[in-house]
Design a protein around this ligand. Structure first.
Ligand code: BGC
Length: 745
């Protein structure tokens, strides 16, 4: 359908029909317009597999058609591999299309402000560049199959506590630099068919009726052309929402909201053009989906399972490998401990829960190669310790390399509530300590969606292997890593702190009385931990390999920035060489961080700006070149309301984690000095800097009173820091009216 055809269609609809199109026909379909033969397309969760509920209702949410369950976003993020994530997107798109579903409701790209967020398994990272880059590829992959995505939850849905009504108080710069950039990147680079607004309010306004968010920022500033849909039940005031840019209410007309829209148009409270714009966007989505729906096709279940296995292995982060206990080489030396080896935990609870096409367990997968590897469950997945199971596991481990499959039970983390701690269950920690005493080596393999604290038991393990919630092939995927078939290359997308209280956001998480203040500002995750110089258990970006890498030859090329330099223009080129210095093929992920030691505004010690996954054969070296743009060097200036660069030193650090940065260099960026518009309460120093006449008057006045600004720094500091209009009260070098005149007021 062309825009003209859509306009024509809209003209054939009654006001009631238009209003009814603005809400769902049922829980998972858009409204059908029988008179025009317009079918209501189906939308379903998402994000790491299709959850198409068999009977189309909200009831029985776990009764969905079989679909491949890929690793959840926490796992995908740990791959740091945009190409793999793109391939997974293609597979997800094929399955969505094959089931005649038009939109897969995901990905979720909210920032991991605290590891306690119950939905962190569904989110990518504590860093917007990593989350945005990977989600862009996921969306591109899915949409390459003629079906859409829903980028969610827009915005600042960073906790589950009170998620339907909490007001997140976030300052402008923090929003712009931390909570919005991943959305901005995906919107601008991948054009998601839909964006899903969050339940919560931001700075006092619910996202579902936040005009600044849904219209000014999303459409007008970022150029978004698609459809905004509500999270399920997020609408508070439907007419306000429509006016703000919320096109489609899901799941349906609640309570009588379509009628409210009609009444508002009739009474003149709502401009009918606003309704028509929403209807046009809804019809465009239907038009966009029609080709794929006419030809759903099929998909290869086995090939998708193999892709899920590859993804599960790539999601694995080898946190520790003392004495190179991994990979496992001697079948006679290994015992497997832990119920998770037999009953894997591979996805989280809530709207994203997929009915997998099949599930690989680690135990079965290992026994396919080493058929009589001994196993003891060691603990149950209930809350009740079982001493007999623990005793059996301990005696089995005597003198052996014990591979312990530990993790969080399903109830520990879910959509709908937050965690209260990051601890592994006590019976598992106790079991590890007992096994440690008798085993020759202990290897801990973790399954958890949000990070777990390791500091309490780290010294009990020779190796720690973090699998996240690795999807239906998590069992076979991790065995591929443990046995060395796959060389691990995953890296942490979130910091593991030594203590929960080290997390910068913890003082303000999850808030109270329906209110949460993002008091740590931009200092979430490694940004805050680096600023406070906290020791961490495992830093952001960390991940070991069975081979070793060396980084050398950092070279920096900087170009001057002028007022004409576009935001996406390259201003800094970072080149270096990476080498595989070990004896196995493997992949390393060089990460480029920037810092701005001369900045006049507050800047984080370092921020990730780019990364790349590089596969290298033993002995191979590769030259890497990464271009950074003006925007990459910018901060959000709250007085100019724009992305702004300052002249001065740019520190470039390249390495394999935020705390392991072998290459460091500095360049001096030539850029115009940042000038803020003068205000009455700009300081005397700012006025003197910007206005010669004002400066001359101050100098004259100070000289007359015997003050020499150049040789009396104490008095100078006192005067120069004063707001100009205040100084006039003490030194009437001009009248307040004359000052206002200089402002052009
Ligand atoms: C979740 C969304 C999900 C929707 C539909 C909501 O409760 O927050 O992520 O897409 O339900 O199931």
């Amino acid at each position: 359908m062309t825009p003209a055809e859509i306009t024509d269609l809209i003209s054939q609809l009654t006001l009631e029909e238009k209003a009814s199109l603005c809400s769902g026909g049922d829980s998972w379909h858009l409204q059908t317009v029988e008179k025009l033969g317009i079918p209501g397309p189906m939308v379903t969760d998402g994000p790491h597999g299709l959850r198409k509920v068999a009977d189309g209702s909200m009831a029985g949410i776990y009764d969905s058609v079989p679909a491949t369950c890929f690793p959840t976003a926490a796992g995908l993020a740990s791959t740091w591999d945009p190409e793999l994530v793109h391939d997974i997107g293609v597979a997800l798109g094929e399955e969505t299309r094959a089931e005649s579903v038009s939109v897969l409701l995901g990905p979720g790209i909210n920032m991991k402000r605290s590891p306690l967020c119950g939905r962190n398994f569904e989110y990518f990272s504590e860093d917007p560049v990593l989350a945005g880059t990977l989600a862009t590829e996921l969306v591109r992959g899915i949409q390459s199959q003629g079906v859409g995505t829903s980028l969610k939850h827009f915005a600042a849905n960073n906790q589950e506590t009170d998620r339907l009504r909490v007001n997140a108080e976030i300052d402008e710069r923090t929003l712009r630099e931390i909570y919005l950039p991943a959305f901005e990147m995906v919107v601008k680079q991948a054009d998601p068919w839909t964006v899903m607004c969050s339940y919560n309010a931001i700075n006092g306004v619910y996202s579902s009726q936040n005009r600044w968010l849904l219209t000014e920022l999303l459409h007008e500033e970022w150029g978004y052309k698609g459809l905004v849909i509500s999270d399920w039940g997020a609408v508070v005031n439907r007419v306000e929402g429509l006016r703000a840019g919320l096109d489609l209410e899901m799941p349906g007309d609640a309570p009588r909201n379509d009628a409210r829209i009609v009444e508002a148009v009739r009474s003149g409270d709502l401009d009918e053009e606003i309704l028509d714009t929403a209807v046009a966007r809804i019809l465009s989505l239907i038009a966009r989906a029609s080709a794929a729906m006419a030809d759903p096709g099929s998909y290869d279940i086995e090939a998708h399972h193999q892709l899920a296995r590859r993804a599960a292995a790539a999601s694995v982060v080898l946190l520790k490998n003392d004495g190179d206990v991994l990979p496992l080489i001697d079948p006679d030396d290994v015992v497997v401990i832990g119920e998770f080896a037999r009953t894997p935990r591979y996805q989280g609870a809530g709207s994203s829960k997929v009915n997998p096409t099949r599930v690989d367990t680690a135990l079965d997968s290992l026994r396919q190669t080493w058929d009589d590897v001994p196993f003891a469950p060691g603990f149950t997945l209930t809350d009740h310790p079982d001493p007999q199971l623990a005793d059996e596991a301990v005696s089995l481990s005597r003198g052996k390399t014990a591979v312990l499959f530990l993790g969080l039970p399903a109830v520990a983390e879910s959509e709908g509530y937050d965690r209260t701690n990051t601890d592994l269950p006590t019976d598992q920690i106790d079991l590890l300590a007992r096994v440690r005493k008798v085993a020759s080596h202990t290897i801990v393999v973790l399954s958890n969606g949000s990070s777990v604290g390791t500091a309490e038991w780290d010294d009990q393990a020779d190796a720690i292997v973090e699998c996240w919630l690795g999807g239906q092939a998590s069992g076979s995927g991790v065995i591929d890593v443990l046995t060395g078939k796959v060389n691990p290359s995953g890296h942490l997308a979130e910091t593991i702190t030594r203590k929960l209280s080290d997390i910068p956001a913890q003082l303000n998480f999850p808030g109270e009385f329906q209110h949460v203040t993002y008091g740590e500002g931009r200092y979430i995750g490694y940004r805050g931990l680096d600023a406070t110089e906290r020791e961490v258990a495992y830093p952001f970006g960390h991940g070991l390999s069975y081979t070793t890498f060396a980084y050398c030859d950092l070279d920096l090329l900087v170009r001057p920035v002028s007022d004409e330099t576009a935001q996406d223009e390259t201003v800094l080129t970072v080149s270096f060489t990476v080498s595989n210095t070990g004896d196995r093929a493997g992949a390393t992920v060089p990460q480029v961080y920037l810092g701005f030691p001369d900045a006049t505004v507050d800047r984080c010690v370092r921020e990730l700006k780019a990364f790349l996954r590089v596969e290298l054969d033993p002995g191979e070296s590769r030259s890497i070149t990464i271009d950074l743009t003006r925007r990459d060097l910018s901060y959000w200036d709250i007085l100019l309301h724009s992305w702004t660069v300052e002249p001065g030193t740019v520190r470039v650090e390249v390495g394999i984690s935020s705390r392991d940065l072998p290459l460091t260099g500095e360049v001096i960026l030539d850029a115009p000095t940042v000038r803020h518009p003068l205000r009455r309460d700009s300081t005397v120093a700012e006025w003197m800097d910007a206005d010669e006449e004002f400066a001359a008057k101050v100098r004259r006045a100070t000289e007359q009173t015997g003050i020499d600004l150049d040789s009396d720094p104490t008095t100078a500091a006192f005067i120069l820091a004063m707001p100009a209009y205040k100084m006039l009260q003490m030194a009437p070098i001009m009248t307040p009216e004359e000052l206002d005149k200089m402002l052009g007021d």
